[in-house]
Design a protein around this ligand. Structure first.
Ligand SMILES: [Zn+2]
Length: 280
């Protein structure tokens, strides 16, 4: 099985990047820190970057070991991250920092994915056919109050009542049962040409700016993942009214693509994953 990956990541202007990605032998993941609300500690003494780093490390460790379901890997990674916090952090605080995430794992038979929160997985099946997997529960909360602060967003008091609950939405962080609520699926390996994983900083091309996923895949294929990040920044700069959206004007942007070589190539090229370094 020969898989080639490309990746690019860029923080929102003048901010600390809270996205992460990792790629291993037959898998890739993207995480997007679900950060603090202004004035809220979330009960945790750690920076959000520490939390996403711990989650990424534990997920990578689980993905490197065969035989577990993606949900189990996520559950174990959340539990291990919780154990890392230590006694000074109150993990019962509903605003405890966490992350949204997307994971793809590929073996000889299938392409599997897991999505939790607003990261996305897009499966390119060639020609006109592609399928996107986005957990948009956070966008469909009934009567969710939006507050007009520096960033237009849900009120923290409201989020505290719906975060990591069956009526609300789930993130990776301090609730191991979030794993059971992730969106998971699989397709036969031979039906997939490539898979794209991204944070919501990139999926806003489709959600805000009218792109189709086919257009996103084609630009990434033609000009590489950095071109997608440039397209995001261009669309954001040209947005006449960014306050119409819930969320930041600019966000951290991360995109990873996994190209699956066809069977003929596979026989010639061997079994190892290869990659290019991420470009900033
Ligand atoms: Zn902590």
């Amino acid at each position: 099985m020969h898989i080639t990956y490309t990746a690019a990541m860029q923080a929102a202007p003048d901010t600390t990047n809270e996205d992460r990605f990792a790629v291993g032998d037959g898998w890739a993941l993207v995480l997007d820190g679900a950060g603090r609300y202004p004035g809220e500690s979330g009960g945790c003494i750690h920076p959000i970057t520490w939390v996403v780093d711990r989650l990424a490390a534990h997920l990578a460790s689980g993905l490197g070991r065969p035989g577990q379901t993606l949900k189990t890997i996520v559950r174990v990674a959340i539990e291990a991250t919780m154990a890392d916090h230590g006694p000074l952090c109150d993990l019962d605080d509903p605003l405890s920092p966490g992350a949204t995430g997307a994971i793809v794992r590929i073996d000889h038979d299938q392409v599997e994915w897991l999505v939790l929160g607003d990261c996305a997985v897009v499966i390119d099946q060639g020609a006109e056919h592609c399928a996107s997997v986005i957990d948009d529960r956070v966008d469909h909360l009934p009567d969710a109050p939006v507050v007009e602060g520096r960033v237009r967003t849900y009120s923290p008091a409201y989020v505290a009542t719906v975060r990591n609950t069956p009526e609300g939405f789930w993130v990776l962080g301090a609730a191991p049962e979030a794993a059971d609520h992730a969106l998971v699926g699989a397709l036969p390996r031979e039906s997939v040409d490539q898979v794209l994983l991204c944070s919501d900083g990139v999926s806003r091309l489709t959600e805000r700016y009218g792109w189709t996923w086919r257009e996103v895949l084609d630009l990434g294929t033609a000009n590489g993942p950095s071109a997608l990040i440039r397209a995001v920044r261009e669309a954001e700069r040209g947005d006449p009214d960014p306050r119409r959206w819930r969320g930041k004007r600019h966000d951290d942007t991360t995109v990873v693509t996994l190209q699956l070589a066809d069977q003929a190539e596979e026989r010639q090229m061997g079994m190892k994953i290869t990659g290019r370094s991420p470009s900033p």
